[in-house]
Design a protein around this ligand. Structure first.
Ligand code: PLP
Length: 426
């Protein structure tokens, strides 16, 4: 293909310089359509969030090019002086933000961060005690379809059926019985505060390492509205794109004693070259998360979620553990004639974007479920308030009352859109 250079000469093979809109209009239009979808709907997916313009700018920078296998000042490539500074800045900011002794900013995402943590602390075949997936755990906490279930001997703990909160009697009993090398705490669908000290006590009783996976709540921890696991856990893993509002990516924090093992597990054991544009964007995210504005954001996320919970309870919904302490809640549908999948689909028709979720005491298949998970991080990033949450709760209740009525759902969709237009565009 012949391409015009800046001087106007036609040269074969030079990289195209057209903006996306002209370079690839088909893809550009899809991106615009999806952006509009976000702007005109209410994103209640608990794991999603809108990163800042500065984060996205760093993510889209030329740093995408650089190969820098290794760590700052110990690389396999030349041309790394500046990216060493970038990675070091990200590391120092992550350590300061969470008060950690060591940080590894290279994990591509939350799942590889967990894999690295497990391999740093234990050998394949070791026993891992993690939360059952259907009770709010993550695939990487021992599900048989994940590497964690294939490479480790998994024992699962659960929530107490009465309180729907972590059953520490069971955690302790299972730990004594199975003597796990690894205990994993931190969840994808758990609406209550996690008692890190209680996990530490159990880990100490049996000589286990404690991994705290704060993928969902990292922003709440950084913002000071959820207790930090740093004083209790051997290793803390997280994503950077959920409540932390950064680029998609992972982060591992640990005590100095595990620093070398963690770094080696990330590279060269599991990953190749670090994604430096992503690391640059993480550095921006950590800077933003250290501000008073971010603390206010984290507090607003929780307040909004509690307002949504109140509205839903008033509308007659049952909630997992009766409510929420954090950024998410799970509506239980055991008393309803419809499934989580059906409800989530109808909600989407009405412009409310959620995800179905299994719940404690689940009676339906994982593809159907009896729960729907709601989260407030994304809407709060667009400026939503408790008043918006009360309206949202009413809309959700109206969807449940009109599940089969296409005309009613279309009317609700217009109300949702009105509400969405009051918020910051995406
Ligand atoms: C989202 C999540 C992860 C994995 O993150 P990915 O970036 O999707 O790989 C790990 N643990 C928990 C608890 C999560 O919620």
């Amino acid at each position: 293909m012949a391409i015009q250079t800046r001087q106007g000469a036609s040269v074969a093979g030079v990289r195209p310089v057209e903006p996306l809109r002209t370079e690839d209009p088909d893809l550009w239009r899809l991106i615009q359509r999806d952006r509009r979808r976000h702007t005109l709907t209410l994103n209640c997916i608990a794991s999603e969030n809108y990163a800042s313009r500065a984060v996205l700018e760093a993510l889209a920078s030329h740093m995408n090019v650089k190969y820098a296998e290794g760590y700052p000042r110990a690389r396999y490539y030349q041309g790394v002086g500046i990216v060493d500074d970038v990675e070091t800045l990200a590391i120092e900011r992550a350590k300061a933000l969470f008060g950690a002794e060591h940080a590894n900013v290279q994990p591509y995402s939350g799942s590889p961060a967990n894999m690295a943590a497990y391999f740093a602390l234990a050998e394949p075949g070791a026993t891992l005690l993690g939360m059952e997936l259907s009770h709010g755990g993550h695939l990487t906490h021992g599900s048989p379809v994940s590497f964690s279930g294939k490479l480790f001997r998994v024992v699962s703990y659960h929530v107490d059926p009465a309180t729907e909160q972590i059953d520490f009697d069971e955690v302790e009993r299972l730990a004594r019985e199975h003597r796990p090398q690894l205990i994993v705490a931190g969840y994808s669908a758990y609406p209550r505060t996690i008692d890190w000290a209680a996990f530490r006590r159990v880990a100490d009783q049996v000589g286990a390492r404690l991994v705290a996976d704060i993928a969902h709540i990292a922003g709440l921890v950084a913002g000071g509205v959820h207790p930090s696991p740093i004083p209790y856990a051997d290793v803390v893993t997280t994503t950077t794109h959920k409540t932390l509002r950064g680029p998609r990516g992972g982060l591992i924090l640990c005590r100095q004693e595990h620093a070398r093992a963690i770094d080696r597990a990330v590279f060269p054991m599991l990953q190749g070259g670090p994604h430096l544009s992503q690391i640059a964007a993480k550095a921006v995210c950590f800077k933003e998360a250290a501000t008073p504005e971010f603390q206010a954001y984290a507090a607003a996320v929780v307040r909004n979620c509690q307002a949504l919970a109140e509205g839903l309870l008033q509308a007659g919904f049952q909630l997992w553990a009766g409510g929420t302490d954090n950024h998410l809640l799970v509506v239980k549908l055991l008393d309803r004639p419809f499934t989580g999948a059906e409800f989530a689909r109808a909600l989407e028709t009405a412009g409310i974007i959620t995800s179905k979720s299994t719940i404690p005491g689940e009676t339906r298949k994982p593809t159907q479920t009896s729960g729907v998970r709601f989260g407030t991080p994304a809407l709060t990033s667009r400026g939503a308030t408790e008043a918006h949450m009360r309206t949202l709760a009413e809309l959700v209740a109206a969807v449940a009352d009109n599940l089969q009525d296409a005309a009613a759902l279309a009317r609700l969709r217009r109300r949702t859109e009105e509400l969405a237009r009051e918020l910051q565009p995406v």
